[in-house]
Design a protein around this ligand. Structure first.
Ligand SMILES: C[S@@+](CC[C@H](N)C(=O)[O-])C[C@H]1O[C@@H](n2cnc3c(N)ncnc32)[C@H](O)[C@@H]1O
Length: 396
């Protein structure tokens, strides 16, 4: 009997003549069949969407010159090479990897090995006073060649002695960062800061030192803004709808200017006044209408030729969101999905219903974001090794 015939059978009155145990067996068979089909269809798609090696530093501890990092790391699917972790190209002194990580195994159920992806690495970093601008690069690498498995997926640490700025209180950090670990707040902020400059260098052959004015759109409590203190010749403006975090930034990051903005543009900022505009994890929370309205505002604020760096949630973020087959299929077909109000909405927005989570495909972005900007590049799974970075150039 074909699948269709069987399914019709279950919905006809004939099914009603079956015994209770027969009906139970049929229902179970149908559920199992759906699960198998979903796994057969979904598993290879998620596997491909996760792509290269993926990893994350969850915490960073310093004891004098002794550094310890903890996190998880999944090797590329085709890599049989033993793995290591490097600090500015030098392997850590002690590497305990792989370790059990049941939570990561559950999240990436489709990738063999995820359940044993934990690591703890220790090394002495007595030379940290000489890290350029106070930052070091950590890579997840092939143990024989020391080449990073995924060069764009680096993490960056700040020398704690080179960052004397106040740290926001736990509630503020949790609001923008999703957890209260201060060391990961600093590492994620430092990593985003370094990677934004690398993206600017790659796409526009410029460093932060070449810029006059920069906008941090949706600056929160300054997780990324704080590192611009290293560039006193550049004027940084941070804006956010969260008035309390803007006040915190004003008081504690006095090297920059911070303003509260409304949920709807325009802002009161001057037209054509920035040569770099960036928004980390902001577009990821807006509806299509709000994304387009804010893109228009960013275009107004950008100087001709300016770069805008905006993160979005693409394949890499979707495959760590417990997406089912239906969600993945809709994302592919439509190019974008809004999946409802974000868990953090009530803490974050004066209009919580408008603080959503959305996922966009590269094709959708190239198609929809090309009116006043040119889409120069799209770096998948780049910021936090989870969000995509869209590189835009303001058209003249
Ligand atoms: C996930 S947090 C990220 C904060 C910061 N970019 C960071 O990386 O730490 C998102 C931020 O965007 C802000 N936000 C949301 N919608 C906004 C809008 N339309 N304009 C400006 N900021 C907005 C929120 O208040 C929040 O601070």
């Amino acid at each position: 009997m074909s699948d269709d015939a069987e399914r019709t059978d279950e919905t006809t009155p004939v099914a009603g003549t079956r015994s209770k145990s027969e009906r139970g067996a049929l229902a179970l068979r149908s559920t199992v069949r759906e699960h198998v089909a979903e796994h057969l269809y979904l598993r290879p798609q998620l596997e491909a969407m996760l792509g290269d090696a993926n990893w994350c530093v969850d915490s960073v501890e310093w004891d004098g010159d002794e550094l310890e990092i903890r996190g998880w790391a999944i090797t590329p699917p085709d890599a049989y090479a033993p793995a290591t972790f490097t600090l500015d190209g030098r392997p850590f002194d002690e590497i305990d990897y792989p370790r059990a990580r049941a939570d990561i195994g559950e999240l990436f159920w489709f990738r063999p090995g995820a359940r044993y992806s934990g690591f703890v690495c220790r090394t002495t970093a007595a030379d940290r006073g000489s890290w350029p601008r106070g930052f070091a690069t950590i890579d997840f690498a092939d143990r024989r060649s020391l080449a990073p498995f995924a060069p764009l997926r680096s993490f960056h640490l700040i020398d704690p002695d080179a960052d004397a700025l106040p740290i926001p209180e736990e509630a503020r950090r949790t609001r923008v960062h999703g957890n209260d670990d201060v060391t990961s707040f600093l590492a994620q902020g430092a990593s985003a800061f370094v990677k934004l400059e690398r993206a600017l260098e790659k796409s526009a052959a410029k460093s932060f030192d070449d810029l006059r004015s920069v906008l941090d759109w949706g600056c929160g409590c300054g997780r990324v803004s704080r590192y611009f203190a290293r560039h006193p010749n550049l004027a940084l403006t941070g804006i956010d709808i969260d008035a309390s975090n803007v006040d915190w930034c004003r008081t504690n990051l006095p090297f920059a200017r911070f303003e509260t903005c409304q949920v709807d543009p325009p802002t009161g900022l001057e037209s054509s006044s920035f040569d770099l505009l960036f928004g980390i994890s902001v577009m990821t929370h807006l509806s299509e209408a709000d994304r387009e309205a804010w893109l228009g505002e960013l275009a107004r604020l950008a100087r001709p030729g300016a770069t805008a760096l905006l993160t979005t949630q693409g394949a890499s973020a979707l495959c760590r969101s417990n997406a089912d087959a239906d969600r993945v299929a809709r994302w592919r077909q439509v190019g974008m999905i809004d999946v409802g109000v974000s868990v953090a909405a009530s803490d974050l927005s004066p209009e919580p219903d408008r603080y959503i989570d959305c996922f966009l495909t590269p094709d959708y972005i190239r198609d929809r974001w090309s009116n006043e900007f040119e889409v120069v590049d799209l770096l998948e799974g780049y910021i936090g090794n989870a969000q995509d970075l869209v590189v835009l150039r303001r058209l003249d």
